[in-house]
Design a protein around this ligand. Structure first.
Ligand code: ADP
Ligand code: MG
Length: 698
């Protein structure tokens, strides 16, 4: 029988295939590009292209595509076949180094936020040799970056690679100061935990809201929701198990290290986590994972919902971005070391993260800002919109001791003693678990928990990498010119703790009192919605920092501001229009039809016995009549709120109107409709209910 070991990575042009199919010289040269980021020459590219094509054709591929991640947040591909006519009337399969390195998709329909004039429709894609090519269906997919002809990034991968480079550069400066001359490269790695819902295709098809917007826009609370906590880590139902099994094997074939799977808090909610990988590869893999989750679901008569909040009143879906930085020799720089010296280095990197998260709270919040995720953050199920760091009691006590110059006395059982000269030595703390923190230290990595389930992880990691690179730059600038390194280091760590400790919060992030303390006493930012957060990407301090590391140009930042807010506005307007459509064409007719039946019943009963009162029917008809009038008026209010938005003078004003007017009117319309659902006979209600949807997959 074929085992996982046999087929793992079978659809990937990975190191094993490269070694087997390339000459030693070509392999060595490509490897150098992958490991050290050196430039690739065209001769090598050509040899790689031929080997790649032969391998892909032997696996049944007929086409190739440059696979990229435009600013829409999903992936894009345009397929070309390998065929070239041969003189004898047949075809040969061809693929050149030039085609591998560069592609020119017609880019006019991808969002550019003003970066590309309409006359300059073309953009180009450039091969990212650090992420392996793979086969999907009959197509060889080549991971690429996507730019305009002016050289502006039109995608998420280009700035991500730049941010990794910025972090590498600054981290190396710090490591050199600690006397490490051998490390060649520092990279960040990520393990994203992906949450999702499964519903049956049959029910999904009956809900225009799910089909058009990915979430339910109506739905009364079911008699049973998640209050029993009986789903979390519960036994996986057979149909879900079959789905997960196929999903795993599809991911494994693509070399994606799918590792854990379990049921989540809400009914019908599940999670998949891979083993972590280098950030750009983890990003590619997460995009592929989301795509394959949906594909495999379709084969099982299911639909995989990746929306952050498919159901009101039930936990939404997030994505935990486990992040750390490591050297090419395998040392995790966020892992406490065995010697005081290593610990000093660890503490400096820890401080760099602390400073970065505090100085750029806004950028982190912005990096996860979407209309969908706004429903989660701060809704007592996900971290609040306020960014803070959880460190755990022990690490916290270490920092306090350093700040106050007091000896550190750890708990006995952990055998934590004050270190020799410079900084205290301590063991890593693996016991603490705080699920409510947006940014938690978990022993040797940080878990950034604000990402929404449908977010590309690129955005969060671009901001994280760059903000940390900025802290490290400031440290290196200072430490490179001091005489007494150890004293300066100690002072720098102390100063960071003093200046930034207000970002540390080890308590319950869901608590209302925390939000008050955070905003009123500590002065932390609280951008509740995308419309509030995103304009701050244009704040001078943010533009200066991002451009100084070469991660974005100012024009690219402006384009992201435009696109993110445009996306927010479009998403909500589509939701509003869908609601109005559902109300007019299905909900109101259903309520009227049911009211008519009740009225007829009442009339028929009275005809039989004129003394009858018919309380039940009469009362309900009255209620439904009042409600349907309200629904009718509320729907008109939604329509006019959508119209009022067109008067906004720019995208920032438009987003603010959407937040204040459209969302509010949608909320009112929903309340009335949900009440009508509870009063209308099930046989009349046009949609599967929450109970139907949430408990449909067995
Ligand atoms: P949980 O958060 O549920 O306790 P784990 O801590 O075991 O689970 O891991 C969660 C994710 O963190 C996994 O994807 C794992 O591969 C990833 N992870 C573990 N170590 C690192 C690291 N050094 N860098 C980045 N991600 C990591
Ligand atoms: Mg986790």
């Amino acid at each position: 029988m074929e085992t996982v070991k046999d087929y793992f990575g079978s659809l990937v042009f990975d190191d094993r295939v490269m070694k087997a199919t390339l000459s030693d010289k070509v392999y060595a040269s490509l490897k150098k590009t992958i490991d050290e980021g050196t430039e690739l020459d065209i001769g090598v590219a050509h040899a790689v292209a031929i080997a790649m094509k032969d391998w892909a054709v032997s696996k049944g591929a007929t086409h190739f595509t440059h696979w990229f991640q435009p600013l829409t947040g999903i992936t894009a591909e345009k397929h070309d076949s390998f065929i070239t006519p041969s003189p004898d009337g047949g075809v040969i399969m061809e693929f050149s180094g030039k085609e591998l390195i560069k592609g020119e998709p017609d880019a006019s329909s991808f969002p550019s936020g003003g970066l590309r004039a309409t006359f300059e429709a073309r953009g180009y894609t450039a091969w990212d040799p650090t992420s392996y090519a793979f086969i999907k269906g009959k197509t060889l997919c080549i991971p690429t970056a996507f730019c305009s002809y002016g050289g502006h990034a039109l995608d998420k991968k280009t700035p991500l690679l730049r941010s990794m480079e910025a972090l590498n550069k600054q981290a190396l400066r710090i490591l050199r100061l600690f006397g490490n001359d051998t490390v060649k490269r520092v990279t960040s790695s990520v393990g994203p935990e992906q949450e999702y819902f499964l519903v049956t295709k049959e029910m999904y098809e009956q809900r225009p809201d799910l089909r058009y917007t990915g979430r339910t826009l109506f739905g009364a609370k079911p008699p049973k929701g998640q209050e029993m906590d009986d789903h979390y880590f519960g036994v996986i139902k057979p149909r879900v198990a079959a789905y997960m099994e196929e999903l795993n094997s599809e991911l494994w074939k693509l070399g994606i290290l799918a590792k854990t799977e379990h049921n989540e808090v809400a009914p019908a909610q599940h999670e998949l986590a891979p083993i972590y990988a280098t950030t750009n590869i983890a990003t590619d893999h997460n995009q592929l994972t989301m795509e394959i989750m949906q594909k495999v679901a379709a084969k099982h008569g299911l639909v995989c919902l990746l929306h952050e909040k498919p159901f009101a009143g039930v936990n939404g879906s997030g994505k935990h971005n486990n992040w750390s930085i490591a050297t090419d020799s395998g040392q995790n720089l966020l892992s406490p070391g065995a010697t005081p010296y290593e610990n000093a280095q660890f503490l400096l990197f820890l401080c760099a993260v602390m400073k970065a998260v505090d100085d750029y709270q806004d950028l982190l919040r912005i990096s996860v800002a979407t209309a969908g995720n706004d429903h989660r953050l701060g809704a007592n199920e996900a971290p609040p919109a306020v960014v803070s760091i959880f460190l755990g009691d022990e690490l916290n006590a270490v920092l306090e001791a350093i700040e106050n110059n007091t000896p550190y006395e750890g708990t006995e059982k952990k055998q934590m003693k004050l270190g020799a000269d410079v900084l205290p030595k301590f063991n890593r703390d693996t016991t603490d678990r705080n699920r409510t923190s947006p940014f938690a230290f978990t022993g040797n990595k940080f878990e950034f928990r604000m990402l929404g389930s449908s977010n590309s992880i690129a955005c969060a990691n671009i901001m994280l990498n760059t903000a940390v690179a900025e802290s490290l730059r400031i440290y290196a600038d200072r430490l490179e010119c001091v005489e007494d390194f150890e004293t300066a280091l100690h002072e720098m760590i102390r100063k960071t703790i003093k200046d930034h400790k207000h970002i540390i919060f080890n308590g319950n992030g869901y608590d209302e009192s925390w939000i008050r303390e955070a905003t009123e006493r500590r002065g932390l930012l609280n951008y509740r919605t995308t419309a509030d957060a995103v304009p701050h990407i244009l704040d001078r301090k943010n533009v200066d920092m991002l451009t100084s590391h070469g991660v974005f140009t100012e024009a690219e930042i402006k384009s992201r501001y435009e696109i993110t807010l445009e996306n927010y506005c479009k998403t909500i307007v589509i939701e509003a229009n869908t609601m109005v459509d559902m109300v007019k064409t299905q909900i109101l007719p259903a309520v009227s039809a049911y009211a008519l039946e009740l009225a007829r019943t009442s009339a028929a009963k009275k005809a039989l016995d004129s003394t009858l009162v018919c309380d039940y029917e009469t009362d309900l008809v009255r209620k439904l009549s009042v409600l349907s009038d309200r629904i009718y008026a509320d729907a008109a209010a939604v329509e006019s709120s959508v119209l009022s938005v067109t008067a906004a003078e720019d995208i920032g004003a438009e987003a603010a109107l959407i937040r204040d007017k459209v969302l509010t009117s949608m909320g009112e319309l929903r309340v009335a409709c949900d009440e009508a659902e509870t009063l209308t006979a099930k046989s009349y209600w046009p949609y599967p209910t929450y109970a139907d949807l949430l408990f449909s997959v067995q």
